[in-house]
Design a protein around this ligand. Structure first.
Ligand code: GLA
Length: 386
């Protein structure tokens, strides 16, 4: 069992005065490629990372759910019969929202016992690495076992997304929860967000002497409001004007028509989605045929498209990516929803130290906040630890 799981068992005992019935965990994610394509029913290729959120959970003999965490002293409690998005405040919505979402999907919770939960997270918050999905998925696997729901990992990912959309209020797609539920060591999760079919794609990073360097800009982002929601609306406007149900239905051949029909800004938003979908498919093909050293241009092109067409990057992230590539990274791109958060660089392990030093010094020279740099490895998705 991991240190983190043991720590959560002890932390649970200290707070609730008994041992938990079990410990479950789920990871954060990095998206290798395929940004803002998920809610457009397109393609994504994320992987789960080696930073997890743990939920230690004990069954109660009443119908109350109590939530505590290692990051705040606050305790939130709510009766199962009173679960509703308006009754949830702050971060506890990521936990209670999952329980509520199960009820909205026809699962009979009338006999479900109450629970005590302790959440401990090692997924950095605000870095664009899906700390929220990690909480949702850790809780979802725990409830699936303790409430004997027999749901599949993909069903649990959908439950997590409902919690995020309707309890937390962020209009996001399935990317984060699918990665957190379905991740596998050294594999990406190739997901078709239209059919919701997922496939594990071997990444072969270690064999190739490669690492994924996360470059957290420490610029704050927020997806419930602002730019993320705006971009989603632009995509919907573009699809309506082009008379398709979703942008997934368009291919690069449709772009000439799109440019004639749409205003310049909406056109560029649409072009990002259409070309990004093509890049995800190309990345999956290239990984299979030539391995990870051959995907650098696709990562760089994805970044340029997010910077110039979708306009969701920030100067800190643009500079970090450009500097990483100049100093030997195979490719680099922003990852996640944008407007801050993190970028990733695919780097030869023996060049990492030099790339890190170059990125840190370039941002310092530009008077920008010092980034947080660390590596992540593609890891196993949500599971029971104890
Ligand atoms: C956030 C959302 C995801 C996805 C990405 C952008 O991470 O939660 O659903 O839309 O942004 O690719």
């Amino acid at each position: 069992m991991s240190d983190q799981a043991t720590g959560a068992q002890d932390g649970f005992a200290a707070r609730y005065g008994r041992r938990p019935d079990g410990v479950w965990s789920a990871p954060g994610r990095v998206n290798l490629i395929g940004e803002h394509t998920d809610y457009n029913h397109g393609f994504v290729l994320p992987f789960a990372i080696d930073r997890r959120t743990v939920a230690a959970v004990g069954v109660r003999d009443d119908r109350v759910v109590r939530v505590r965490s290692t990051f705040t002293e606050e305790e939130v409690s709510l009766a199962i019969d009173d679960l509703s998005p308006t009754a949830m405040e702050g971060w506890s919505a990521y936990v209670l929202g999952v329980a509520w979402a199960l009820g909205t999907q026809g699962h009979d919770l009338s006999q479900a016992p109450g629970l005590d939960l302790l959440i401990d997270s090692r997924v950095p918050v605000g870095a664009g690495l899906s700390s929220s999905a990690a909480i949702e998925c850790a809780v979802a696997v725990a409830l699936n076992d303790l409430w004997e729901l027999n749901l599949s990992p993909l069903d649990l990912a959908r439950i997590g997304r409902i919690a995020e959309n309707r309890a937390v209020g962020a209009p996001t797609g399935l990317l984060d929860q699918a990665a957190s539920m379905l991740g596998r060591e050294d594999h990406g999760v190739f997901l078709d967000c239209d059919t919701e079919q997922a496939e594990a794609v071997a990444l072969h990073l270690r064999e190739e002497g490669l690492e994924i360097l996360v470059m957290d800009s420490r610029v704050e982002h927020e997806h419930a409001t602002g730019g993320y929601r705006d971009r989603r609306e632009s995509c919907e406007r573009g699809a309506a004007a082009l008379a398709v149900a979703t942008l997934r239905e368009l291919s690069e051949d449709d772009l000439t028509r799109a440019s004639a029909v749409l205003d310049d800004e909406t056109y560029r938003r649409v072009r990002h989605i259409v070309t990004e979908n093509a890049r995800v498919l190309e990345t999956v093909r290239t990984l299979g045929e030539s391995g990870p050293r051959a995907i650098g241009d696709l990562l760089n092109a994805s970044h340029a498209s997010m910077r110039d067409d979708f306009e969701i990057t920030v100067p800190e992230i643009d500079l970090a990516c450009a500097t990483a590539v100049e100093h030997g990274a195979i490719g680099a791109r922003m990852t996640g929803g944008g407007f801050g958060g993190s970028a990733i660089a695919l780097v030869p392990a023996d060049a990492r130290a030099e790339i890190e030093a170059a990125v840190t010094s370039a941002l310092a020279s530009a008077g920008m906040r010092e980034p947080q740099l660390f590596t992540v490895t593609p890891s196993e998705g949500a599971r029971r630890d104890a």
